[in-house]
Design a protein around this ligand. Structure first.
Ligand code: SF4
Length: 182
């Protein structure tokens, strides 16, 4: 099975991610401080979708949900920027990360019945989210954010031997896919 996992890391790179690596479930340590940052609503997703707080559940519920998975795979897109103000370059990198994450989730779901995608931003698959009046339209495709589950991305990367920062004038977007073997 370890061989298959390493193959998936290679598949992620072939798909277009800049970096990828395996993640251990015990390295996932939800922090209330991270969730508190969601509530500041810098990304304009708080209380707007089923996949971000509070729609994705309490931090305790998120922690319990993650525990049922066996292992994870971290995938990253690093965008090279003209300078630290290169907003267009940042948005391009974010879009590339999202497109590759959607494609990778499809590939993983062809192998594993249960995959939890924790991406770089909240779900924006629908023009208007059904939250909170009606259930999610596409629960199999909806993308949660790592921060929404209380995860500090830099710590998760570090504890799984993956870099988080790739040098000046770069920005890196990270997603985590949790896998249940059976
Ligand atoms: S798939 Fe649509 S309904 Fe479901 S969380 Fe995403 S935006 Fe909302």
């Amino acid at each position: 099975m370890a061989f298959e996992k390493e193959n998936l890391v290679q598949d992620a790179i072939k798909l277009g991610f800049s970096h990828a690596g395996l993640a251990r479930i015990e390295t996932l340590k939800p922090m209330i401080e991270v969730r508190d940052m969601c509530a500041v609503d810098k990304c304009h997703a708080y209380d707007r979708t089923w996949t971000c707080p509070p729609g994705c559940g309490t931090i305790e519920e998120c922690a319990e949900r993650m525990k049922k998975y066996d292992w994870g795979i971290l995938v990253q897109t690093t965008a090279e920027l003209e300078d630290s103000m290169d907003y267009e370059g940042m948005m391009e990198g974010q879009e590339r990360q999202k497109e590759n994450s959607i494609a990778f989730l499809k590939e993983l779901r062809e192998i594993y019945a249960d995959v939890l995608p924790l991406c770089s931003a909240g779900c924006d698959l629908c023009k208007e989210c059904t939250y909170p009046e009606k259930p999610c339209r596409f629960p199999d495709k909806a993308l949660s954010a790592m921060e929404g589950y209380g995860l500090l991305v830099s710590q998760v990367c570090q504890d799984n031997d993956l870099k988080y920062y790739y040098g000046p004038n770069t920005v890196t977007y990270t997603a985590l896919f949790l896998i249940k073997e059976s």
